[in-house]
Design a protein around this ligand. Structure first.
Ligand SMILES: Cc1ncc(COP(=O)(O)O)c(C=O)c1O
Length: 460
């Protein structure tokens, strides 16, 4: 019987020290990094919540499988295990390994799409959007209206707006839409799940118009657990059964195994379409590698084959989703504005509501992320005005939780640090840019605090 206390369903066999720094050291380190946390040496970070991608801890079974890696160029038995494991869960005929998720996206869109096409998604992840736009096609986000309201609770805030999809198909024509995508969970929308009912409705629309449906499957296991918890009729099904049912609604998927693949690198592309698969493999050979390794080592294929099965274990998922919710709920109970409800892999602080005296032009998300580092050595990431410029509709700070890496005491520590910053929020100043690159500026930008006193708005 699960206890009230959240316990990690694993014990620790190998440890990696993390380093304490003093507040004075962090002030100096942050100044030297030009107030951009991407520019900090990782060794100077105590708790690294920059991303959940490729940062997970592998299990004893994965390490054991790595030793079985067959590094043959062609026909390796590691590929057979990789393919069989993926086919058992996702059910698609063709499995193409890639070095990470974006490589699967590039190959899919290069082969299936052309200039002028339109690709709908609940919300495209940045690399998905960028790969579509690189082809000259248009990436269209169709989330349900609730997804645009940070404080609104909805059990399946990752759902696609099915009526908007029908309307788009009617407007641009089916021949301009080579495929529809659903991202589970919806990362850019806050790690929010998609319901089976919604996936079924989207699938019905796609099949009515004979448009293939693809899943961006990165967090398929977390999504399945939300379905089990929140959707009628699924409480007695296993996460694997739920995943199998959902993917049967589609025609293929892209996957970054750095998330629910529980691996530090890797990805794959699946399809049921044999003609498409042959073209995809040709392109794979050109840029990634032979179709039985796709830019990965045999040992990576082994780690993924085991990892995707482990991510579906119920004890693990119960702890994973409960631990992320624990972080979000503790903060929200103290009044900290977060994107509701807590997602599967991350908590997003609403920096505009946290720091209402800092206008978006002064990067409230960057200011807040800097303060979390100064207060307690925590690294997070801004998703807002620095990342998206004037197009940003929200300024968020994402606390992404690496899989199986931090313990509940680390989570308690993160809560303490966020609450300490919350207590002194009125003293936090905005930031100004001193250097920016012509594109993807958030990775390399330099910033500094604005020198003016706290603006008047605070008193209003
Ligand atoms: C939803 C989603 N799709 C695609 C990707 C791209 O995967 P990768 O970083 O392995 O290229 C990510 C990575 O964060 C993601 O979250």
């Amino acid at each position: 019987m699960p206890s009230k206390t959240i316990i990690e369903p694993f014990r620790i066999k190998s440890v990696e020290p993390i380093r304490w720094t003093t507040r004075e050291q962090r002030e100096e380190l942050l100044r030297a990094a030009h107030y951009n946390l991407f520019l900090l040496p990782a060794d100077d970070v105590l708790i690294d919540l920059l991303t959940d991608s490729g940062t997970g801890a592998m299990s004893t079974r994965q390490w054991a499988a790595i030793m079985q890696g067959d590094e043959s160029y062609a026909g390796s038995r590691s590929f057979d295990r990789f393919r069989d494991s993926i086919q058992e869960i996702f059910g698609y005929h063709h499995v193409i390994p890639t070095h990470q998720g974006r490589a699967a996206e590039r190959i899919l869109f290069s082969v299936a799409c052309k200039k002028g096409d339109v690709i709908p998604n609940n919300t495209h992840f940045d690399t998905t959007r960028a790969n579509i736009e690189f082809i000259g096609a248009e990436a269209v986000d169709l989330p349900i209206p609730e997804a645009r309201q940070p404080s609104k609770w909805h059990p399946f805030k990752g759902n696609m707006d099915v009526a908007a999809l029908e309307e788009l198909i009617a407007r641009v024509g089916r021949e301009r839409i080579p495929l529809v995508m659903i991202t589970i969970t919806n990362n850019s929308g806050g790690g929010q799940p998609v319901s089976m009912e919604n996936a079924r409705a989207v699938s019905a629309v796609c099949h009515k118009h004979r448009i293939p449906l693809y899943f961006d499957a990165c967090r398929f296991a977390e999504n399945a657990y939300f379905v089990k918890q929140r959707e009628d009729g699924y409480s007695n099904k296993t996460p694997k059964q739920i995943t199998q049912e959902m993917f049967a609604l589609g025609d293929g998927c892209t996957m970054s195994a750095k998330k629910d693949g529980m691996a530090n690198i890797g990805g794959f592309l699946c399809t049921n379409d044999g003609v498409l698969a042959a073209q995809e493999k040709d392109l794979l050979i050109l840029t990634e590698g032979y179709p039985t390794y796709g830019g990965l080592a045999g040992r990576d294929l082994e780690a993924i084959a085991v990892g995707i099965q482990e991510s579906l274990e119920e004890d693990y998922l119960r702890y994973r989703i409960a631990s992320t919710a624990y972080l979000g709920n503790h903060l929200a109970n103290e009044g900290v504005p977060i994107l509701q409800p807590p997602g599967g892999h991350a908590i997003y602080l609403d920096a505009r509501a946290f720091l209402p005296h800092i206008p978006p032009t002064q990067f409230p998300g960057v200011a807040l992320a800097g303060e979390l580092y100064l207060e307690g050595g925590i690294r997070s990431v801004e998703i807002g005005s620095l990342m998206f410029g004037a197009a940003a509709t929200m300024d968020l700070v994402r606390l992404a939780i690496p899989r199986r890496v931090y313990t509940q005491s680390h989570v308690d520590y993160v809560i303490e640090v966020v609450l300490a910053v919350w207590q002194r929020r009125e003293q936090i100043r905005g930031m100004k840019l001193t250097y920016q690159a012509p594109f993807l500026r958030h990775f390399t930008a330099y910033l500094e605090p604005v020198t003016a006193e706290v603006p008047q708005l605070l008193e209003a």
